[in-house]
Design a protein around this ligand. Structure first.
Ligand code: AMP
Length: 124
């Protein structure tokens, strides 16, 4: 696992150095709108802890942070109306590393919805 780089843009958001459009904040998790939305709903959910990628988070975060993160995801989908009780669904994506084409090396889950998201992966 590469070392966590505390100068990444989401670490700066968490330190309050850069503004963000917050959707939800919990003790261990922050959800905010993506600055370049690719769907009517495009929110990033991030742990406040320093984890490079999903596998880093899943392997190394304390249980309380993992539970808080996933409960926050559920609240975000409900609050933004893309959950399956009141909405028409969403796609959750996380990119990791070079082959995952991860831009920001702080674990984040994209929640995309508000329209059909099409096929999951483009060829090639
Ligand atoms: P990824 O390729 O999965 O690492 O995606 C990084 C995402 O972060 C992209 O969708 C960017 O549009 C988004 N992003 C980058 N900087 C910011 C920012 N300051 N506020 C909100 N979203 C951002």
């Amino acid at each position: 696992m590469p070392a966590y780089d505390p100068s990444n843009i989401f670490a700066r958001i968490l330190r309050g150095e850069i503004p963000n459009d917050t959707v939800l904040e919990t003790p261990h998790t922050l959800a905010f709108r993506d600055i370049r939305p690719q769907a009517p709903v495009h929110v990033l959910v991030i742990p406040k802890g320093a984890y490079v990628s999903y596998d880093d988070f899943a392997a190394n975060a304390p249980d309380a942070e993992i539970v808080d993160f996933h409960r926050a995801v559920a609240r975000v989908t409900r609050d933004l109306g893309v959950d399956l009780d009141q909405g028409q669904g969403f796609r959750a994506i996380t990119n990791a590393g070079e082959h995952g084409v991860q831009e920001v090396p702080h674990f984040h889950l994209h929640i995309l919805g508000g329209r059909s998201m099409g096929r999951m992966v483009q060829p090639g």
